[in-house]
Design a protein around this ligand. Structure first.
Ligand SMILES: C[S@@+](CC[C@H](N)C(=O)[O-])C[C@H]1O[C@@H](n2cnc3c(N)ncnc32)[C@H](O)[C@@H]1O
Length: 255
């Protein structure tokens, strides 16, 4: 039985053939439907709209749905490489060359890191997120500036990062982790719809301490942990932290 059974289905679309949808649903071990009715038990659907793979919940069915956004964030310079500015760049550091994002999710941090010119690999364990990321990285490679600069999308590694990092032949300078922490009591940054959906579908990342240990063992220079203001530092006292009231990047230097 699939981990997603009762939660997720594939919805056929005019964008792809019925056989393609069915194969995709078989890979995820979830049902494939022609349409959704009130009686459909699942709350989440993967489907193709406007040339993109989208994750849709019942509420959003008539709206656009969510895909991995490959566009630069507001205010980010639209050149490559973009300047290494802001708290994320400060945490990763100017001397760092190679980075692994061990918790890629919607890839907003990954794509920011990639656009700043770091040599990036991405790990993700959720088959749903992997499907959305594969679709996004294919779209990224079609962009004019990517083609003009002959750039390839970051390499996507599937699996639990704890195992993937332990088996690396070529360790990166820096490993970046942004696991899902439990939701907070009072005031905190309002999570985006995309993050709420991830929490609904995947739950909190309960093995985040083991992930930190694996990252610290594997990185050659540093581990950067993104966490909400209220969270205890994942690896004890960090060497240095950057951030604002609602969000921190804790940096753990090696040696
Ligand atoms: C909070 S989201 C990351 C959001 C991401 N930084 C972004 O900018 O969109 C956490 C993601 O990490 C993945 N993840 C958590 N622990 C993992 C692990 N041990 N191995 C691989 N992926 C993991 C989860 O499946 C989820 O997609």
């Amino acid at each position: 039985m699939s981990y997603y059974s009762g939660k997720l289905a594939v919805l056929q679309s005019e964008d792809v053939s019925q056989v393609f949808s069915q194969d995709f649903a078989d890979q995820l071990v979830v049902p494939c439907y022609e349409s959704v009715t009130k009686k459909t038990p699942e709350d989440f659907f993967l489907t193709w709209r406007n040339g993109e793979l989208k994750l849709i919940d019942k509420e959003l069915l008539k709206k656009g749905g969510l895909s991995v956004d490959i566009n630069p964030r507001n205010g980010e310079q639209r050149s490559w490489p973009a300047p290494k500015e802001g708290t994320l760049a400060q945490a990763i550091g100017r001397k760092t060359k190679t980075v692994i994002d061990a918790t890629t999710g919607w890839a907003q941090d990954s794509l920011h890191i990639f656009r700043m010119g770091y040599d990036l690999r991405c790990i993700e364990r959720s088959p749903i997120m992997l499907a959305l990321l594969e679709d996004a990285f294919n779209r990224l490679e079609q962009l004019d500036w990517m083609q003009r600069l002959k750039l390839s999308a970051p390499q996507l590694l599937a699996g639990n990062a704890i195992d993937v990092l332990a088996g690396l032949d070529d360790a990166p300078d820096c490993i970046y982790i942004d696991p899902m922490f439990p939701a907070k009591r009072k005031k905190s940054a309002l999570p985006k719809k995309s993050m709420l959906i991830l929490r609904d579908l995947l739950g909190d990342d309960l093995d985040r301490e083991a992930l930190f240990e694996a990252a610290f063992a594997a990185a050659t220079k540093k581990v950067v942990v993104k966490c909400p203001d209220h969270a205890e530092p994942l690896g004890g006292k960090p060497s240095v932290s950057f951030g604002s009231k609602l969000l921190r990047y804790d940096v753990y230097l090696k040696g």
